[in-house]
Design a protein around this ligand. Structure first.
Ligand SMILES: *Cc1c(COP(=O)(O)O)cnc(C)c1O
Length: 381
C-alpha cells in the first residue's frame, strides 16, 4: 500500500504550497513580447510571419523536412488521416488506451476505429497485438489490405506515444510496411521524445503534435503535421487554408478545405515556448527523477521508457497494486489539493465506440485499473 502522507509531502517539496495541478503551462520567456509584436503588426489571424517561424522551429527540432501548423492537434490528426487516403467506411487501427481525440479524428472521416491492445511496459500500441490481428484477419490484395471479416480496407494504423513514453515504433513500422498499411503517428504527447536518435512522429509518412494547454509546451490551442513528404506538406497547407488557390486578390477554392490553420497569435506563443523547450525538458527530467526516488521506496511501479528510447517526461505515471488502492489514492490526493488522475476510460467502453472491433485488450484493462498520473509540471524556470 502506498503511503499517501509521504506522497503529499514529496509533492509539496517539489511543487510548493497551494493547489498542485497535474500539468500547467509555463510562460517565462518571450511570450508577452511576441504577443505584443503580433498585435502591433495587425496580423493576429492565420496569415502572419509567426506561424511560418513556428513551423520552421518545430520542423528543425523534430528533424522533419516539413511542419504545417493547425489550430489544434485533433485537426492535425483529421487532416493527416485524410492525406493518408483514409476514406469513409474504411478501418483505422489504433489503441484503446488513448485520449479520445485520436478516435474522434478517425470518426470525422467516418472511418471505423479498430482497438488493439497496448504493451504493458510502453503503454503504446503492441506490435504483437498488431501482428496477431493482421495474421488472423487481414487479406492483402492489389487494392490494399482488407479485413476479411468486415470486408473493409485497413487504411491506416495510428499508434500513440502514451504520456510521452515512446512505443515500439520501429516494430510497428516494419509490420505496417509489410502489410502495406499507412502509418500515421499520434505524437501529440511526445514532443521531445525519441527512439534512438529519431524524434517520435517522424517514423510514419505523417506524424501529428499537439500544443494544447496541458502539453509539454503550449500555444493555447494548436497542433502540427510533421512529414518528410513535400506533396503531403503542400496538400496539408492547402487543405488547412480553405483550399484557396494562390492569387494576389481573387478568391477561388478548388476543393472542400478546412479553416484549420493556426492563428498568428497562438503561433507567437509557440515561438517563445520553442525557445525554452530544451530547458523545459531538462527541468521535467529533474521532476521525474524526484518521483522515481520517491516511488522506489513505495509499493508502486514507476513507469520507465524502454532502453534506447528517450521520454519527454510529459506526465509521470505509476502503477498501484489494485483498482481499489488506486481509487483510495485518487480520492485522498485530490482531496488534499494534489491533483492525480486515472488513465482515460478505455475507448471501446465509451458509448460512441462500443461497437468497434477490438481484441482482448488484456494489458489495456490491467493498466487502466492500476495507473495513476502524478503532478508533472515545471515548478519554476
Ligand atoms: C492532446 C492529444 C491530442 C490532440 O489534442 P488537441 O487538444 O486537439 O490538441 C491527440 N491525441 C492525444 C493522444 C492527445 O493527448
Amino acid at each position: 500500500m502506498i503511503d499517501v502522507d509521504s506522497f503529499l509531502i514529496c509533492a509539496r517539496q517539489i511543487f510548493g504550497d497551494g493547489f498542485i495541478p497535474l500539468h500547467r503551462p509555463i510562460f517565462e520567456g518571450n511570450e508577452r513580447r511576441y504577443l505584443t509584436d503580433c498585435i502591433d503588426s495587425n496580423f493576429v489571424s492565420s496569415v502572419g510571419e509567426k506561424v511560418n517561424v513556428f513551423e520552421e522551429q518545430v520542423a528543425q527540432f523534430v528533424g522533419a523536412k516539413y511542419a504545417v501548423a493547425t489550430m489544434n492537434g485533433t485537426a492535425a490528426l483529421h487532416l493527416a488521416l485524410e492525406l493518408a487516403g483514409v476514406k469513409a467506411g474504411e478501418e483505422v487501427i489504433s489503441q484503446a488506451l488513448t485520449f479520445v481525440a485520436t478516435c474522434n479524428a478517425i470518426s470525422y472521416i467516418k472511418a471505423k476505429a479498430v482497438f488493439l491492445d497496448v504493451d504493458i511496459d510502453t503503454m503504446g500500441l503492441s506490435p504483437i497485438a498488431l501482428e496477431n490481428f493482421l495474421n488472423t484477419y487481414a487479406d492483402q490484395r492489389d487494392e490494399g489490405t482488407f479485413n476479411k471479416l468486415s470486408g473493409n480496407r485497413l487504411a491506416a494504423c495510428v499508434p500513440m506515444h502514451t504520456f510521452g513514453i515512446p512505443c515500439r515504433i520501429n516494430e510497428i513500422k516494419d509490420i505496417c510496411t509489410k502489410w502495406g498499411i499507412n502509418l500515421v503517428e499520434d505524437a501529440a504527447e511526445s514532443l521531445g521524445s525519441y527512439v534512438g536518435s529519431a524524434h517520435t512522429g517522424t517514423f510514419g509518412r505523417i506524424g501529428t503534435l499537439s500544443f494544447n494547454g496541458n502539453k509539454v509546451i503550449t500555444t493555447g490551442g494548436g497542433g502540427m503535421i510533421i512529414t518528410n513528404d513535400s506533396s503531403i506538406a503542400s496538400q496539408a497547407k492547402h487543405l488547412s487554408t480553405t483550399a484557396k488557390t494562390p492569387h494576389p486578390y481573387e478568391f477561388r477554392h478548388n476543393e472542400i478545405g478546412y479553416n484549420y490553420r493556426l492563428p498568428n497569435l497562438n503561433a507567437a506563443l509557440g515561438c517563445a515556448q520553442m525557445e525554452n523547450l530544451h530547458k523545459i525538458l531538462e527541468i521535467k527530467k529533474e521532476v521525474s527523477d524526484r518521483w522515481r526516488v520517491f516511488f522506489s521506496n513505495q509499493e508502486a511501479k514507476f513507469i520507465e521508457p524502454l532502453a534506447g528510447t528517450q521520454t519527454n517526461y510529459w506526465l509521470n505515471a505509476v502503477l498501484l497494486n489494485s483498482k481499489s488502492e488506486r481509487d483510495i489514492f485518487l480520492r485522498k490526493t485530490n482531496e488534499a489539493g494534489v491533483m492525480t488522475r486515472p488513465a482515460w476510460e478505455l475507448m471501446h467502453s465509451l458509448p460512441m465506440f462500443k461497437t468497434c472491433i477490438k481484441d482482448s485488450l488484456k494489458n489495456s484493462k490491467w493498466l487502466h485499473d492500476r495507473l495513476v498520473n502524478v503532478p508533472s509540471s515545471v515548478p519554476n524556470l
